[in-house]
Design a protein around this ligand. Structure first.
Ligand code: HEC
Ligand code: HEC
Ligand code: HEC
Ligand code: HEC
Ligand code: HEC
Ligand code: HEC
Ligand code: HEC
Ligand code: HEC
Ligand code: HEC
Ligand code: HEC
Ligand code: HEC
Length: 424
C-alpha cells in the first residue's frame, strides 16, 4: 500500500484521510459486534471530510475537491444538519472509495418547487440549448456556503443581487463570450434611479427594484416569451405594480387605450423611460432626451416643433420652455378632440397659462405645430411664409444691386479724381 501511495501525488495528499479511513474500517471489522450507539454517533460527514477537508485536495483532472468544513457548518444546510449524501445522493459513507465521477448534486428532493420553476426559465432553456454559461442553482446560491436570503452575506440578499446577476450580466468578458442579450446591463442599471435607490442606504432601498424586482427570482423568462414579466404586453402592468397612480393615468390615455386594444405601435413605459437606464423625471438631460423618444414615433410633429421657439430653445438643452409633455402631459396624452385633453379647446388656454400667465384665447390659437410648408393644411401660414421669403429675396436683390451700382460709380469717381490731379 505504501508503494502505491508514494507513486501518485494525488493519493499522497489524501494520505492522512486514507490512513484514518483504513483505521476506521479496521476498528469496525476487528470489533465483530460493534456497539450500535458508537456507529450511529460517528458523523458520516466526518468520513467524507477525512479526504475533502484538505484545502489542497484535487481531483485527477486537477480541479479542487476541497470542502471547507467550517463554511459548510455555517451554511443553512450545515445548520440543518444535512448529510453530504443528502445532496450527493450517489455516494455512501459506507461504500468507499466512491466512483471518481458523480452525478450533479440533487436539490429536488427537498426543494421541488424551485427546481420545477427553474426548468422553464431562460437560463435553463439556454443550458438545454448548449449555452453552459447560463445560470444554474449554484451560480445564484453557491454550493456549500448557501445562506438564507435574509442573511446580509447571502448572494440572494437584496443588497447583493446586482452583483450576483452581474457576475455574468455585468462582466464584459462573459457578456462577449456568451453573447448575452442587451450587453452589460449592470453598467446601465447601476446609475439609474432604481440602481441609485437600491445601492444607496435609503429608506426606499427595499422598495425600488433590483434585477429580480422586475424579472422575478425563479421565473426569469426571455422577453419574447408571452408569459415573461418583461414581455412588451406585460411591462406596463409590471411597472404599474409599484407605480400604481402612473399606471392608472397611463391606462386612460390614448397610448394606454391603444395598447389595451392590442395595437403594438403604441408606446409602453420603456419606450419613453428605457428599461435599465431610467432617470428621475426632473433630470434636465432626460427632459430633453424624451423629446426624441416622442419623435421616434411622431417624426413629423418633432420637425414642426423644432421650427418653433420652444423647439429651438430645447434643442440647445434648455428645459424652461415647453417640451412635448408640457402641453400634452406625459401619461395623460389624449387627442385634442377629447375634452379631457390638455390641448382641447376647453383646456388649451390653461395649459399655456401654466407658463404664459397672461395667455388668452387669442394667444393660445398660436399653432405649436404650424407647418409653413403645408399649403393645403395651413394656407395662411404657407402664404405668409412665401410672402416673407420673397420679400427677403426682393429686399436683398434690390439693395444688392443698388450697392453694386453705387460701388461702380464710386470707383469711377475715384479714378476721374486721380486722373484730374495727375493732369495738374
Ligand atoms: C478516500 C478519500 C475520499 C473519501 C473518504 C471521500 N472522497 Fe469524495 N473524492 C475523492 C477523490 C480522490 C475525488 C476526486 C475523483 C476524481 O479524480 O475525479 C473525490 C471527488 C468527489 C466529488 C466530486 C465528484 C465529481 O464528479 O467531480 C464529490 C461530490 C465527492 N467526492 C463527495 C464525497 C462524499 C459526499 C463523501 C462522503 C460520503 C466522499 N466524497 C468521501 C476522495 C474521497
Ligand atoms: C446542499 C447540498 C450539498 C451538500 C449538503 C453538500 N454538497 Fe458538495 N456540492 C454541492 C454542489 C451543488 C456542488 C457543485 C457540483 C455539483 O453540482 O455537483 C458540490 C460539489 C462538491 C464537490 C466537488 C468539488 C466542488 O467544490 O465543486 C465535493 C468534493 C463535495 N461537494 C463534497 C461535499 C462534502 C464532503 C459534503 C459534506 C461535508 C458536501 N459536499 C455537502 C452541494 C452539496
Ligand atoms: C438566477 C438566479 C437564481 C437561480 C438560477 C436559482 N435561484 Fe433560488 N433564489 C434566487 C433568489 C434571488 C432567491 C430569493 C427570492 C426572494 O427572497 O424573494 C431565491 C430563493 C430560493 C429559495 C428560498 C425561497 C423559496 O423559493 O423556497 C430556495 C429554496 C431556492 N432559491 C432554491 C433554488 C434551487 C434549488 C435552484 C436550482 C434549481 C435555484 N434556487 C436557482 C435566485 C436564483
Ligand atoms: C435534504 C434536503 C435538502 C437538500 C437536498 C437541499 N436543501 Fe436547501 N434547504 C434545506 C433545508 C431544510 C433548508 C432550511 C429551510 C428553512 O429553514 O426554511 C434549506 C434552505 C435552503 C436555502 C435558503 C432558503 C431561504 O429561506 O432563503 C436555499 C437557497 C437552498 N436551501 C438551496 C438549495 C440548493 C441550491 C440545493 C441543491 C444544491 C439544496 N438547497 C439542497 C434542505 C435541503
Ligand atoms: C425596472 C425594471 C427592470 C430592472 C430593475 C431590470 N430589468 Fe432587465 N429588463 C426589463 C425590461 C422591461 C426588459 C425588456 C426590455 C425591452 O423589451 O426592450 C428587460 C430586459 C432584460 C434583458 C434582455 C435584454 C435584451 O435586450 O434582450 C436582460 C438580460 C435583463 N433585462 C437583465 C437584467 C439584469 C441583470 C438586471 C439587474 C442588473 C435587470 N435586468 C434589471 C426590466 C428591468
Ligand atoms: C452564470 C451566468 C449568469 C448569471 C449569474 C445570471 N445570468 Fe441571466 N443569462 C445568462 C445567460 C448565458 C443567458 C442566456 C442568453 C441567451 O439566451 O443566449 C441569460 C439570460 C437571461 C435573461 C433572458 C434575456 C432574454 O430576454 O432573452 C434574463 C432576463 C436574465 N438572464 C436575467 C438574469 C438575472 C435577473 C440574474 C440574477 C438574478 C441573472 N440573469 C443571472 C447568464 C447568467
Ligand atoms: C409617452 C411617453 C411615456 C410613457 C409611455 C410613460 N411615461 Fe412615465 N413619464 C414620461 C414623462 C415625459 C415624464 C415626466 C413628466 C413630467 O416632467 O412632469 C414621466 C414621468 C414618470 C414618473 C415620475 C413622475 C410621476 O408622475 O410620478 C414615473 C414614476 C413614471 N413616469 C413611470 C411610468 C410608468 C410606470 C409607465 C408605464 C405604465 C410610464 N411612465 C409610461 C413619459 C412617459
Ligand atoms: C418593485 C417596485 C418597482 C418596480 C417594479 C418599478 N419601480 Fe420605478 N421606482 C420604484 C421606487 C421605489 C422608485 C424611487 C422612489 C420614487 O421616486 O418613486 C422608483 C422610481 C422610478 C422613476 C423616477 C421617479 C421620479 O420621481 O422621477 C421612474 C421614472 C420609474 N421608477 C419608472 C419605472 C418603470 C418604467 C418601471 C418598469 C420598467 C419601474 N419603474 C418599475 C419602484 C419600482
Ligand atoms: C406649446 C405646446 C405644444 C408643444 C410643446 C407640443 N405640442 Fe403637440 N400639439 C399641441 C397642440 C395645441 C395640438 C393640437 C393641434 C394643433 O393645433 O396643431 C398638438 C397636436 C399634437 C399631435 C396630434 C396631431 C394630429 O395630427 O392630430 C401630436 C401627435 C403631437 N401634438 C405631438 C407632439 C410632440 C411629439 C411634441 C414634441 C416634439 C409636441 N407635440 C409638442 C401643443 C403642443
Ligand atoms: C412607440 C411609439 C410612440 C411614442 C414613443 C409616443 N407615441 Fe404618441 N402616439 C403613438 C401612436 C401610434 C398614436 C396614435 C395616433 C397616431 O398615430 O398619431 C399616438 C398618439 C398620440 C397623441 C394623440 C394624437 C391625436 O390623434 O390627436 C398625442 C398628442 C401623442 N401621441 C403625443 C405623444 C408624446 C407627447 C410622446 C412623448 C412623451 C409620445 N406621443 C410618444 C405612438 C407613440
Ligand atoms: C413649460 C412652460 C411653457 C408652456 C406650457 C408653454 N410655453 Fe410658450 N414659451 C415658454 C417660454 C419659457 C418661452 C420663451 C419666451 C418667454 O419667456 O416668454 C416661450 C415662448 C413662446 C412663444 C414665442 C415667444 C413669445 O412669447 O411670443 C410663443 C408664441 C409661445 N411660447 C406659445 C405658447 C402656446 C400657444 C402655449 C400653449 C399651447 C405655450 N406656449 C405653452 C414656455 C412655455
Amino acid at each position: 500500500m505504501r508503494g502505491l501511495i508514494m507513486h501518485t501525488p494525488r493519493t499522497n495528499r489524501l494520505l492522512p484521510g486514507l490512513v484514518a479511513l483504513a483505521a476506521l474500517t479496521l476498528s469496525l471489522s476487528l470489533d465483530a459486534k460493534p456497539a450500535p450507539a458508537a456507529v450511529a454517533a460517528a458523523d458520516p460527514n466526518e468520513t467524507c471530510l477525512m479526504c475533502h477537508a484538505d484545502p489542497a485536495a484535487k481531483s485527477e483532472g486537477g480541479k479542487s475537491i476541497a470542502v471547507d468544513a467550517k463554511v459548510f457548518a455555517g451554511s443553512v444546510h450545515g445548520q440543518m444538519q444535512l448529510k453530504c449524501t443528502d445532496c450527493h445522493s450517489d455516494v455512501s459513507a459506507e461504500k468507499l472509495p466512491h466512483a471518481p465521477k458523480l452525478k450533479p448534486a440533487n436539490c429536488a428532493t427537498c426543494h421541488e418547487e424551485p427546481v420545477k420553476e427553474y426548468l422553464s426559465t431562460a437560463h435553463a432553456k439556454a443550458r438545454a440549448g448548449g449555452n453552459m454559461v447560463a445560470a444554474t442553482c449554484t451560480d445564484c446560491h453557491g454550493k456549500h456556503d448557501i445562506q438564507k436570503s435574509t442573511e446580509p452575506a447571502s448572494r440572494t440578499n437584496l443588497a447583493n443581487r446586482e452583483a450576483t446577476c452581474g457576475a455574468c450580466h455585468g462582466n464584459d468578458a462573459v457578456v462577449k463570450k456568451a453573447n448575452l442579450p442587451g450587453g452589460n446591463i449592470v453598467a446601465q442599471y447601476h446609475d439609474s434611479i432604481h440602481g441609485k435607490k437600491t445601492n444607496g442606504k435609503t429608506a426606499d432601498a427595499a422598495k425600488a427594484p433590483t434585477c429580480t424586482g422586475c424579472h422575478g427570482s425563479h421565473r426569469i423568462l426571455g422577453k419574447s416569451d408571452a408569459k415573461s414579466r418583461v414581455n412588451r404586453e406585460n411591462i406596463a402592468g409590471m411597472c404599474g405594480s409599484c407605480h400604481q397612480q402612473v399606471f392608472s393615468r397611463f391606462t386612460a390615455s390614448m397610448h394606454g387605450q391603444m395598447r389595451q386594444a392590442g395595437n403594438s405601435a403604441a408606446p409602453t413605459c420603456v419606450d419613453c423611460h428605457s428599461a435599465h437606464r431610467i432617470q428621475q423625471h426632473n433630470t434636465p438631460q432626460w427632459q430633453v432626451d424624451v423629446i426624441n423618444e416622442c419623435g421616434n414615433c411622431h417624426g413629423g410633429l418633432l420637425t414642426t416643433y423644432r421650427d418653433t421657439y420652444h423647439g429651438q430653445v430645447t434643442k440647445l438643452g434648455f428645459t424652461r420652455v415647453a417640451t412635448c409633455n408640457s402641453c400634452h402631459g406625459a401619461h395623460e396624452v389624449l387627442p385634442a378632440s377629447n375634452p379631457r385633453s390638455a390641448i382641447s379647446p376647453e383646456n388649451r388656454v390653461n395649459t399655456c397659462r401654466s407658463c404664459h400667465p397672461g395667455a388668452n384665447a387669442n394667444f393660445a390659437a398660436y399653432k405649436p405645430h404650424g407647418n409653413p410648408r403645408d399649403r393645403q393644411g395651413e394656407p395662411l401660414l404657407y402664404y405668409t411664409r412665401l410672402f416673407m421669403v420673397w420679400l427677403l429675396i426682393g429686399v436683398f436683390s434690390f439693395f444688392g444691386l443698388h450697392t453694386l451700382l453705387w460701388l461702380l460709380r464710386s470707383l469711377k469717381e475715384v479714378r476721374e479724381h486721380r486722373a484730374g490731379r495727375g493732369g495738374h
